[in-house]
Design a protein around this ligand. Structure first.
Ligand SMILES: [Zn+2]
Length: 158
């Protein structure tokens, strides 16, 4: 019998689906969804190369969309799902937006700012702390990245 997906897995799967759109553009596959009252109100995937913009990370794009729907820069009451641990820019924006909860697929030991390099989301010194959950669909999120980079290395060789 097929295992029933948890709510977290369901939304993380949606983020993974978005990450694959990034991959089609030759961008590192990272996807993000923002959920509010049981509905997805923001979706984003990495478009850094596609848009030629440092700012075009999955989380930032999803937050822009969610803000439009909610009609506020504050994303209180929202939960973010992201396939890879956020960078310093996105972690900063998450704190700025007062997002109460972030669910992370896999960690990013060399650049992640939700516990790897630094933990900007849970610093008591800031005016807002985020509840962080790590390791949802971890294997799928991390193998998606490793196969992307393996294919990239293969391409460079030829
Ligand atoms: Zn980022």
């Amino acid at each position: 019998m097929r295992k029933k997906l948890t709510e977290d897995e369901k939304y993380m799967r949606e983020a993974i689906r978005l990450a694959k759109m990034a991959e089609k553009n030759g961008d590192v596959p990272i996807g993000c969804v923002i959920v509010y009252e049981g509905k997805v109100i923001g979706r984003g995937y990495n478009r850094r190369n596609k848009d030629k913009s440092t700012l075009a990370h999955a989380e930032i794009l999803a937050m822009k969309k969610a803000g439009k729907i909610i009609g506020d820069w504050r994303l209180e009451g929202c939960r973010m799902y992201v396939t890879l641990e956020p960078c310093q820019m996105c972690a900063g924006a998450i704190v700025q937006a007062r997002i109460p909860e972030v669910v992370i697929g896999c960690m990013n030991p060399k650049a992640g700012c939700a516990g790897s390099v630094i933990n900007l989301l849970e610093m008591k010194e800031f005016n807002h702390q985020v509840t962080v959950q790590r390791g949802v669909c971890e294997e799928e999120c991390s193998s998606m990245l490793s196969s992307f980079f393996a294919a990239l290395r293969e391409k460079k060789k030829n």
